[in-house]
Unconditional design. Structure first.
Length: 329
């Protein structure tokens, strides 16, 4: 009885093992096998793949737009940098223009003051010369004609050659006409260069023929000039003055390029020092040509300096300064 019971128990355990394994296998099959309609599953899979592809395409588009935006950002950043540099340069230029504008305004005020002074000087000189009588030409009236020797110191610069040469020849004739006869004539430019090399450091003898020759030669005479009469005046005094000679120097020009008027005045004063009393060794006269006095505009600073210099030199050296108002011959 005991052996039979043991056999039944062993058979029951084996059956349970088989049953358990069978259920396990069924469960595994259910897990592995697809549950539901296969066509629905394929459709869902296709939709999922389509969604993934669409999202990938959107991702590629977004990446492309990002690259474009980055390039545009870099370009805009470079443009901004260039604009910033340009603004900085413009600010510097604006500051420079402001400084130049201030300088121009100050210069204009100074030139207007100098012009008023020059016009006042010319007006006073013309009023001083008007009462004189027995004068052959009003433009050179009032000039003392007691000299026996005449020296012309002529500005031969380009401005004089181009604008005032015909008028200059006319005025030289006027000056010669108020001296019917003299003992000697000399013509040099403002650098001290002689018109006639044959008469270098010698007096040109006076005669009607020689006077005509001087005016004729003057038409084509154009040596270099620095627009400063200092050298010519000094050469004339040092070379031709002798005690007892009455000499008049006529300086003809339109502007003065030197820096200091006072220095020139002192140099001429020291050279043409007083001999007896208030007399000087030679007289110095001057005629100013309005080449740099354009109508309705401010005259150049060099022209104003010439007027101021010649007025001072002629006043100190017993002469007369005439400022012409026209270049018409």
């Amino acid at each position: 009885m005991r052996n039979r019971r043991r056999a039944l128990e062993e058979a029951s355990l084996s059956f349970l093992d088989v049953i358990s394994c069978g259920f396990g296998a069924i469960v595994l099959l259910l897990i592995i096998a697809r549950v539901g309609d296969p066509s629905a599953l394929e459709e869902a899979e296709e939709q999922l793949q389509g969604s993934v592809k669409e999202m990938q395409e959107q991702l590629f588009d977004i990446r492309g737009e990002t690259v474009v935006l980055n390039d545009e950002f870099v370009s805009r950043k470079e443009q901004l940098s260039e604009l910033t540099e340009r603004i900085a340069r413009l600010k510097v230029n604006l500051a420079s223009v402001a400084v130049q504008s201030t300088d121009i305004s100050n210069t204009k005020v100074l030139e207007e003051q100098q012009l008023k002074l020059a016009l006042q000087v010319l007006s006073e000189e013309m009023q001083r010369l008007q009462p004189r009588e027995n004068v052959q030409n009003q433009l050179i009236g009032g000039i003392p004609v007691d000299s026996e020797y005449i020296i012309f110191v002529i500005d031969t610069s380009g401005s004089m050659q181009m604008a005032a040469w015909d008028k200059l020849q006319k005025e030289m004739l006027n000056i010669l006409n108020i001296y019917p006869t003299v003992k000697g004539i000399q013509v040099m430019n403002d650098m001290g260069q002689y018109m006639f090399s044959a008469y270098r450091e010698r007096w040109i003898p006076d005669s009607p023929e020689m006077r005509r020759n001087i005016i004729k030669t003057l038409g084509n005479w154009a040596p270099f000039s620095n627009s400063s009469p200092v050298e010519g005046i000094n050469a004339a005094i040092q070379t031709f003055y002798r005690p007892g000679r009455k000499i008049s120097i006529y300086t003809l020009g339109d502007d003065f390029s030197g820096r200091s008027i006072r220095r020139v005045v002192k140099a001429v004063d020291s050279l043409n020092h007083a001999n007896r009393g208030d007399e000087r060794l030679v007289r110095i006269h001057s005629i100013g040509f309005p080449v740099h006095f354009p109508p309705g505009r401010t005259p150049s600073a060099s022209a104003i300096k010439f007027a101021a210099l010649m007025r001072e030199l002629t006043y100190n050296n017993g002469g007369t300064f005439i400022g012409l108002t026209s270049l018409q011959p």
